[in-house]
Write a new protein. Structure first.
Length: 274
């Protein structure tokens, strides 16, 4: 049997991914895709594939490339937008959580902001007293150090808000849950309405594996990206045959000599959605 083979593709059960987009050309020079040097391709060729022996096995994701997602604070899950086998991008919101701890984090920032403002006023008065010889230099230096400490605390509280997905003016208690890496959802460990207890919870919200594969599955469709010109890529629907240790058989959809993207295909998927 003559098939087209894509060499160097790691095949994994977790590579059953979801992809949305259209067949337009993507040009990194126009800002539609990332820099070309982060995308690798391989040329496919027709070749005879030997008969294969199918054996039962258990396939698991590489644990060094798997992330367990826990909530940043305790609260109740309001929504989840992921399913097992779905592909997500780094920074993509996958759910929401309602937490009273959000109000505490916001109160910490407001308190630090007030203390920093008061320290500024004290330092300004101290500077005038120092200029008129009423205050000793050592006392002024102590107030200046306290002022810098208060501003550092304000910045810490601001960064804590940003980590939780809030800004300084936000008043919401809804915490966004985002994907820390790009990859495939292996399983979902919770559902809307369930109470989560931050990192103390033994069950993660979800597990995501960073699976870098040329083959992308979108429901019943199986897709790859083909480079048609330097920096230009189009998606191509294919039909898969057998799967081997270092290559996948493609029985339909590719031509001999096509250059198929083998890594960072998720970056092209992201560019399609823009």
């Amino acid at each position: 049997m003559t098939t087209t083979s894509i060499s160097g593709i790691a095949c994994c059960l977790a590579a059953c991914v979801a992809l949305a987009g259209c067949g337009k050309k993507l040009n990194p020079a126009s800002g539609e895709v990332p820099q070309a040097q982060v995308i690798e391709t391989t040329v496919v060729h027709h070749q005879q594939m030997a008969s294969q022996l199918v054996l039962p096995a258990r396939i698991v994701a590489n644990p060094t490339r798997t992330v367990h997602i826990y909530p940043l604070m305790s609260g109740r899950i309001l929504s989840l937008r992921i399913l097992p086998g779905q592909q997500v991008l780094k920074g993509e919101q996958i759910g929401t959580l309602q937490s009273s701890d959000a109000g505490q984090a916001r109160a910490d920032f407001e308190k630090a902001k007030i203390e920093a403002g008061r320290a500024d006023l004290q330092l300004a008065r101290a500077k005038e007293l120092l200029a008129h010889g009423v205050m000793a230099q050592r006392d002024y230096d102590d107030l200046k150090a306290l002022n810098e400490t208060d501003h550092a605390e304000q910045e810490r509280a601001r960064q804590a808000l940003h980590v939780l997905g809030f800004n300084e003016t936000s008043t919401s208690d809804i915490v966004p849950i985002v994907a820390p890496i790009s990859g495939v959802v292996l399983d979902v460990g919770t559902g809307p309405g369930e109470l989560q207890r931050s990192l103390d919870n033994a069950t993660p919200i979800a597990n995501i594996a960073n699976v870098d594969s040329a083959v992308i599955r979108n429901g019943s469709e199986v897709l790859v990206f083909v480079e048609t010109a330097p920096g230009k890529y189009v998606r191509r629907e294919i039909t898969l045959g057998g799967t081997h240790a270092d290559n996948d058989e493609v029985t339909q959809g590719l031509n001999d000599g096509d250059k198929v993207v083998t890594t960072r295909a998720e970056l092209l998927r992201e560019a399609e959605g823009r």
